[in-house]
Every structure is written in structure tokens, then in C-alpha cells.
Design a binder for this molecule. Structure first.
Ligand code: G1P
Length: 302
């Protein structure tokens, strides 16, 4: 049985990089083909034994609450129209009654502040944080491995991926220490270092298992990078007081916070589906021929 039962989903961001689309629609509701990013994150957490889902929302996020609620008219209409199976599939996608809590961030003061806003729902147990704009696809979610490792290691645990040297300024970056039971000890961490100054290319990619004392640490965490209260800074402040480790992802990661990452995720998902693969592949080849006629390159078949 997993000791981590609660996951926090900070979803209040403005999604500035995706304006104007995010003006009236939260970024985490963007679909990867037909499944919103937040559904992927919730499914991932549920597959790892998470039972309590805490969404930290902000103004303009009420569509997220609607999304995880019953759509009475729609579902009755589906049932009346002989589409009970679709209605049933919608029902299966939502956490059960009492499993979802919404906390309002009120002021968008950063990721650390968003997590801190969930403090009264956490109690004294370790908890997970999932950033839904990092889509990680794998047969066994990395989060499951992290929860297992955390039972031995305790403290704080983060998921990392290798990123290109010219991308290190977009992520929290760790300084790796020695290997411990399949994890890497973290000796230092910095939020979005200036290019050329990163201590490694191991970047935080939006999956955390946190000790509940992080909430007290966040209370006194000063404003950091970008004028925001950073979760990374609270993790840094916990070094020495608590074990701190990182695990490398074994999944396929798409940073859907970036437009290219979002498009790549969508294309990957479409090409992964039996009902779409052939048509999408044909379409990509056509587009490719028209857009880049002189290169002679083709998207490989199959
Ligand atoms: C946040 C975190 C950063 C992490 C990143 C992963 O940054 O602050 O440490 O590497 O998510 O996507 P954001 O992208 O929200 O600015």
C-alpha cells in the first residue's frame, strides 16, 4: 500500500505563453487530441494509488471544476440517445465524491505559493505534486517508482530529465551527488539558472514527492526567480534538514508548457492511436511536402 495518498495539482497559472487561447480556458484543459492535460495527470496519479486530488485554482479556472463534475444535461442526453457507453466512460474519468478538493490561490505568487495554499488539505503526510503541463507517457508511471523509493528514502524526491544546455534556464536544475538505491542524491538546486551557469543538465520536470514540513519552509521562503515564491527555493532550504533525492524519468516527456512541446505531444498521441495513425501520417507527409519541398526528406512510413 502506498503511503502517498494525496496529490496537489497547481493549475492556477495564466498560461501567458498560450494567449489568446488561455484567456478564457485554463491551459491544463488543452486537449492532447481529445483528452485534457489535467486528465492525463489525474489518471497518472490514480494509477499510482493517489486517492485525494487537490487542485489549486485561480480566477478564471472554474472550467476545471466543471470538467471534474457531472455534466447532467450532457450525460442524460447521451443516455437517452443510446450512447450510454460514452456517458459511462465520462463517469469513469472523474474521481469519486469527496476525493476532489479545490483550493483558491487568490494571488498568483508562484509555484511555491500555490503548493503552500494546499497546506490545510495535506495534514502530516508526504504528498505528491504534479504539474499537468509536463506530460510524461510510460507504461509504469515514474510517480509510482518515486512513491516506492520514497518509502525507503523519505524527505523530498523529484523527477528529473536531461535537457539541452540551451534549455537549462527554463527549469529547476539539480546538482547531482552520489547514487543511492536507484536515486541520485541532490546536493544543490537552483531555479532557472542563467544560461552557461547551470550545475548540470538534470532538470525538474513537474513530479515531486514532498515531506509535509515543506509547508512550514514555504511560509518563510522569500520571493525568488521571476519575482515568485519558488518551490525550488523551499527544496533548497530543506537540504541538510531532510534527505533530498532525484529520480530520472524513464518515460517519454513532452513539455506542454511550450508550444512546440504541445504540438509534439499532440502529434505523438495521434500517431499512437490505431484509429488515427494512418490518416495523420498521410497528412503529415502531405504537409511536409508542401512546406519544405526542396529537402527531399520524408517522414518515414510505419
Ligand atoms: C516550474 C518549476 C521548475 C520546473 C518546471 C517544470 O517552472 O518552477 O523548477 O523545472 O516547472 O516544467 P515553470 O515552467 O512553471 O515556470
Amino acid at each position: 500500500m502506498s503511503a502517498v495518498k494525496t496529490a496537489v495539482f497547481p493549475v492556477a497559472g495564466f498560461g501567458t505563453r498560450f494567449l489568446p487561447a488561455t484567456k478564457a480556458m485554463p491551459k491544463v484543459l488543452f486537449p492532447i487530441v481529445d483528452r485534457p492535460l489535467i486528465q492525463h495527470a489525474v489518471d497518472e496519479a490514480a494509477a499510482c494509488g493517489i486517492e485525494n486530488f487537490v487542485f489549486v485554482t485561480g480566477r478564471g479556472n472554474s472550467a476545471i471544476e466543471d470538467y471534474f463534475d457531472v455534466s447532467f444535461e450532457l450525460e442524460s442526453m447521451l443516455r437517452a440517445g443510446g450512447n450510454s457507453h460514452i456517458a459511462a466512460s465520462l463517469e469513469r474519468l472523474r474521481p469519486g465524491p469527496g476525493q476532489v478538493a479545490y483550493v483558491r490561490q487568490i494571488d498568483p505568487l508562484g509555484l511555491g505559493h500555490a503548493v503552500w495554499c494546499a497546506r490545510n488539505t495535506i495534514g502530516d503526510e508526504p504528498f505528491a505534486v504534479l504539474l499537468a503541463d509536463e506530460l510524461i507517457l510510460s507504461d509504469t508511471p515514474d510517480l509510482a517508482t518515486m512513491i516506492e523509493l520514497h518509502a525507503d528514502l523519505g524527505g523530498n524526491l523529484v523527477l528529473v530529465d536531461e535537457v539541452a544546455a540551451d534549455e537549462t534556464d527554463q527549469y529547476g536544475i539539480i546538482t547531482p551527488g552520489r547514487d543511492v538505491n536507484g536515486a541520485i542524491e541532490v546536493t544543490d538546486i537552483i531555479e532557472k539558472p542563467e544560461l552557461g551557469t547551470a550545475p548540470s543538465n538534470l532538470a525538474l520536470i513537474g513530479r515531486y514527492i514532498l515531506d509535509p514540513t515543506i509547508m512550514t519552509t514555504l511560509e518563510t521562503t522569500a520571493t525568488g526567480r521571476g519575482g515568485e515564491i519558488q518551490l525550488t527555493d523551499a527544496l533548497l532550504a530543506s537540504i541538510g534538514a531532510l534527505p533530498f533525492h532525484a529520480v530520472r524519468t524513464t518515460g517519454r516527456r513532452f513539455d506542454c508548457g511550450s508550444k512546440v512541446g504541445f504540438v509534439a505531444a499532440t502529434m505523438h498521441a495521434a500517431l499512437d492511436r490505431d484509429d488515427m495513425r494512418e490518416d495523420v501520417q498521410r497528412m503529415i507527409n502531405e504537409l511536409y511536402k508542401h512546406q519544405i519541398p526542396d529537402t527531399g526528406h520524408q517522414i518515414p512510413e510505419g
